[in-house]
Design a protein. Structure first.
Length: 302
């Protein structure tokens, strides 16, 4: 036991440290160690082929951002915001100035656009929009006793109608008996709010209930010259005028109810209406549509 104790103390003492054997170190370069595959990692360390490559650190510097660079950019952004806040606000000029409308402000440019739009609409209304028509049911009548053929026979009357009136359906001229027809005079009040004189050469029928298509002959203005030619109606500027549209209906197989449905279901309209803007200058005007009032009293005989 004393022997073992002395041997242990001998290994642990400073006296046991020996100087490295230079010959043993040189043997590391011997062929049995170098390139043998057993100590290949040691070979790479000593040869500087694995861990001492400068390229490894070059690649790292390309993907790594210097934190001081971000700090400089943040500082510049803060300085810019502080300078912008310190600058006085620029006053609105030109079209960007606000105009008070009610309790809020609207940009002057928007106000100008609205005004221009309104002006354009007013100009279009003055030049192209039709006058206002109001059906006067109290004055509209059926001409019960008028003889359709008192001045000409059926053939001549049909030819004349085709040339002078707005014929709706030629097939409605199917009877040669005067008692088979009735005139209905529909009265309208026209209001012309424009500064131009309005010329209405003729009227026409725009709509009839399909079941009465074959019964309606024509519609026309009753305004004629001394020779009996239809000349239509003229309405002075800023004025009102009463006009009459005459309708001819073939009442064959009709009673009071169907005759009433036929006439009061019609929609009349102006034809070739225009506005006078100069001595001999006219502009076309949009047609006006005039429904026949249901209050109009329509009877075959009375």
């Amino acid at each position: 036991m004393d022997k073992n104790y002395r041997q242990y103390n001998k290994r642990a003492s400073m006296d046991s440290i020996e100087v490295p054997d230079v010959d043993k170190i040189k043997k590391l370069s011997d062929k049995k160690f170098k390139g043998s595959g057993v100590n290949r990692t040691a070979d790479e360390i000593f040869d500087g082929e694995k861990f001492n490559k400068a390229g490894e650190f070059d690649r790292a510097t390309k993907t790594y951002d210097d934190p001081t660079k971000h700090k400089e950019e943040d500082d510049k952004e803060d300085d810019f915001l502080e300078d912008a806040a310190a600058m006085p606000a620029q006053a609105a000029t030109g079209l960007s100035k606000g105009v008070k409308v009610g309790d809020s402000y609207v940009k002057r440019g928007k106000v100008i656009k609205v005004i221009v739009t309104v002006v354009i609409i007013l100009v279009l209304m003055v030049f192209f929009f039709p006058p206002l028509f109001f059906n006067d049911a109290d004055k509209s009548v059926v001409r019960y006793d008028d003889n359709v053929f008192k001045t000409m026979g059926m053939t001549d009357f049909k030819t004349y109608a085709l040339s002078n009136y707005s014929v709706y359906n030629e097939e409605a001229f199917g009877s040669e008996l005067s008692s088979s027809y009735r005139f209905a005079d529909i009265v309208f009040n026209i209001k012309n709010p424009s500064p131009f004189e309005i010329k209405i050469p003729q009227y026409e029928i725009s709509h009839v209930s399909s079941e009465y298509d074959n019964a309606v002959c024509y519609a026309t203005s009753v305004t004629t010259n001394s020779d009996g030619e239809v000349i239509g109606d003229t309405v002075p500027p800023f004025s009102s005028k009463e006009v009459t549209v005459r309708i001819l209906v073939n009442i064959t197989d009709m009673d009071d109810s169907t005759f009433d449905d036929c006439v009061t279901g019609m929609i009349l309209s102006t034809k070739d209406m225009k506005k006078k803007i100069g001595k001999d200058s006219y502009l076309p005007c949009l047609p006006a549509f005039m429904p026949v009032s249901n209050a109009t009293e329509i009877y075959i005989n009375k």
